[in-house]
Ligand binder design. Structure first.
Ligand SMILES: [Zn+2]
Length: 303
């Protein structure tokens, strides 16, 4: 459950997401299609007339839900969308499919807060023992963090997930199985890893927004980034890997932050994957040091 030796946040495949091309016709195709225009026009008129009649017969008709759904479907990839039809997370709202804000699909490292700021990110939980301790340290320093959660662990620890949300911290999808080789596997598998974890985290949190997607070990692909972004989750990288999971001592973890903070603002710790007592102690000292250095505690930019 740890991140091993990958370059921080670097997409392992190319940047050119060759998906997302619309199916619009060229001008030539439209011209060649001219003989069909009369038939199409007639069909459009019939549809329009039907709509008018329907509106007259049933005043106050609700077509907005269907319209919204149409806009938000079809995430390009040819594979099925696992769990996509029975998506939770908006209980108590309109029966229409949930809508997600559109976010860019490039990997984010920057902080929302302008100037001198850091993004603390906590991966591989939630954990019933260590996550509350991490939250206590954050609260002590009036700091916030982004928690990249493993789906089944969120499902197993919903109270901890809600504690994270109640503290004002943000949620990040860290897949179902933490498969660091997922970028070598079919797109349908990658989508299932992301979508199923999103469902589990949303359900555990009671419908809180999941703002980011972080691939295990940085195993992003253009398709997985696009899929995450389509579901409102900004792909999230990191700049400083504390390697806290190696348990080389609290001092070593803190020193890594001091040595590498010049790389960028997003710092990676872990609350899952084993005994995290060093992480808790190191986070406490790190936050003290960052505060003395004038850093604000921020979140990664979503848009
Ligand atoms: Zn991880």
């Amino acid at each position: 459950m740890t991140v091993r030796g990958r370059i921080a946040g670097r997409p392992k495949s190319g940047h050119s997401a060759g998906i997302g091309q619309s199916g619009s016709r060229t001008a030539g195709e439209r011209l060649r299609a001219a003989p069909q225009a009369v038939a199409i026009t007639a069909a459009v008129l019939v549809v329009a007339l039907t709509a008018v009649i329907t509106a007259l017969v049933s005043p106050g008709g609700t077509r907005t839900a269907a319209h919204t759904t149409a806009v938000r479907t079809a995430p390009k990839a040819p594979a099925r969308t696992p769990g996509g039809t029975a998506h939770p997370g908006t209980a108590g709202h309109a029966p229409a499919a949930p809508t997600y804000p559109l976010v860019p699909d490039s990997i984010q490292h920057a902080a929302e807060t302008p100037g001198r700021a850091v993004n603390i990110t906590i991966d591989d939980g939630p954990d019933p023992v260590w996550t509350p301790r991490v939250l206590a340290v954050l609260a002590k320093h009036h700091a916030h963090a982004t928690f990249c959660m493993i789906g089944p662990q969120a499902r197993a620890n919903p109270a901890v997930v809600r504690q994270v949300v109640a503290a004002g911290d943000r949620l990040c999808d860290h897949t179902v199985h933490h498969d660091e080789a997922m970028d070598k596997k079919p797109v349908a598998y990658q989508q299932a890893e992301i979508m199923d974890a999103l469902t589990m985290i949303e359900q555990a949190s009671g419908g809180a927004r999941v703002s980011y997607y972080r691939a295990p070990g940085g195993a992003f692909t253009p398709a997985s980034r696009a899929f995450a972004a389509h579901h409102g989750m900004r792909p999230l990288g990191w700049n400083v890997d504390t390697k806290d999971y190696e348990r080389r001592g609290v001092g070593t973890i803190v020193r890594t932050v001091k040595d590498e903070i010049g790389n960028g603002p997003t710092i990676l710790f872990h609350d899952g994957g084993g005994n995290r007592s060093q992480t808790v102690a190191a986070l406490d000292r790190t936050l003290t040091w960052l505060h003395t250095q004038g850093y604000a505690f921020s979140f990664p930019k979503v848009n």
